[in-house]
Design a protein around this ligand. Structure first.
Ligand code: SAH
Length: 391
């Protein structure tokens, strides 16, 4: 029996009440029009909710008492629940967040000198099952709704003190690189990223809100029609044979098609000179050899991009290893010599298990993958990369 109620159908307002937290401005306007109010009420609501962090209509003092009472009757501002949070010595903070149905997802804040990046989850678990990612091993329960996605930003902003002190903008960047594949939860991710970009809400620059995808080709095409966010592509291999093993989605949408879909995404944008960030998780002996760096350079020769190398972060049950520092540098140098901007992502939040691919949440798995993986872990872990010679 499924231990959790089936609530995978998207936004689920509490009985009779609409949750305004996840509504982009257009939806909020519709909502206030439905109450017989002027559209500017939506702008006011957005500011109260997303700039001042208010979740109680009674505090919205630039609206009449009658309207406030009316809103309290038919609407709510309901973020998901923070179960716990953890601070790492390097300043990273991780929140474990419970969403309706009981499962948990994770959100991570990564402060740097000139920016603060929030890594946001889009699904409870993930269906893609990339061989090097621990989220995939947790299986999949459901999509997050828009309020649960933007709610992570809202909760983080509140926890970091951003609402109280409007002058300090802790969160300057958001990356959709937490648990889940954002393009497989299209409508909710687009709604939440719309709110991130909206000047009446978080007002983040479109260059600073990044959607990371394993390459769901049809959804990339749709994204270009409705969104302006920046794009990161999880490539991880210089050819289809290896990528088929690391990112099983590649068997459906091979590299050539994915790169073409990214090109078309940018072509649909007004400022088409922005480029895709190619993410490449470096795994010892699997995809980190010099000839693979050269192959990657050839593959991306006419693809406008910058490359972000991510040394593999280990997790229990995986036999993959992080490459030695020298192998990472050599890989980076080969790309640099070929003319690419290639950066190495420094591992942050390690001590609190908040690094890339270590987010596991607590998934009421509906796919049985978790169970299968646990039973077969020793076998699966060694059979995940049959392409690698000599191991
Ligand atoms: N599904 C989306 C977003 C989530 S993963 C996507 O595939 O892009 C975000 C990034 O985490 C991926 O690019 C991947 O490179 C990285 N990642 C996953 N597991 C990792 C691990 N164990 N070590 C290092 N990076 C990892």
């Amino acid at each position: 029996m499924d231990p959790m109620p089936d609530d995978s159908t998207g936004a689920r307002p509490a009985p009779g009440k609409a949750n305004l937290l996840g509504m982009p401005r257009a939806a909020l306007r519709e909502f206030v029009l439905g109450l017989g109010e002027k559209p500017f009420r939506a702008d006011q609501l957005m500011r109260w909710i997303h700039q001042r962090g208010v979740d109680d209509f009674a505090q919205m003092t630039d609206m009449g008492k009658a309207l406030r009472a009316r809103l309290a009757e038919c609407a709510e501002i309901r973020p998901p629940e923070v179960v716990s949070w953890h601070d790492a010595a390097d300043g990273c903070r991780k929140w474990v967040i419970r969403v309706s149905g009981g499962s948990c997802v994770e959100t991570v804040y990564i402060p740097e000198k000139h920016r603060g990046t929030l890594c946001v989850s889009s699904q409870v678990g993930c269906t893609l099952d990339c061989s090097f990612c621990s989220t995939g091993k947790q299986g999949f329960q459901r999509d997050l709704d828009a309020a649960e996605i933007i709610g992570q930003v809202w909760l983080a902003a509140r926890s970091l003190g951003s609402f109280a002190d409007g002058a300090t903008r802790h969160i300057t960047n958001v990356v959709m690189m937490g648990m889940g594949e954002p393009l497989l939860n299209f409508d909710n991710v687009v709604a939440a990223t719309d709110i991130m970009l909206d000047d009446f809400a978080y007002g983040l620059s479109k260059r600073r809100v990044t959607l990371s995808t394993a390459g769901v080709v049809p959804m990339l095409k749709r994204l270009g029609e409705v969104s302006q966010v920046s794009l990161a592509l999880s490539l991880h291999a210089p050819n289809d044979a290896l990528r088929d093993e690391l990112v099983p989605l590649n068997r459906r949408y091979p590299i050539r098609e994915v790169l073409q879909a990214c090109r078309e995404y940018w072509a649909a944008q007004s400022d088409s000179h922005r480029v895709t960030t190619v993410e490449y998780t470096l795994i010892d002996g699997i995809n980190d050899r010099p000839e693979q760096a050269r192959e990657l350079a050839r593959l991306l020769a006419d693809f406008p991009c910058k490359i972000n190398l991510i040394p593999f972060n280990p997790f229990p049950g995986s036999e993959y290893r992080r490459p030695p520092e020298a192998a990472v540098r050599r890989f980076q140098e080969i790309l640099a010599q070929a003319g690419y901007t290639a950066t190495v992502r420094t591992t942050r939040g390690d001590a609190i298990d908040a690094a890339c691919g270590q987010l596991v949440g607590q998934v009421a798995d509906r796919t049985r993958r978790n169970q299968r993986y646990r039973q077969a872990a020793p076998v699966i872990a060694s059979s995940l990369h049959p392409l690698e010679p000599g191991r």
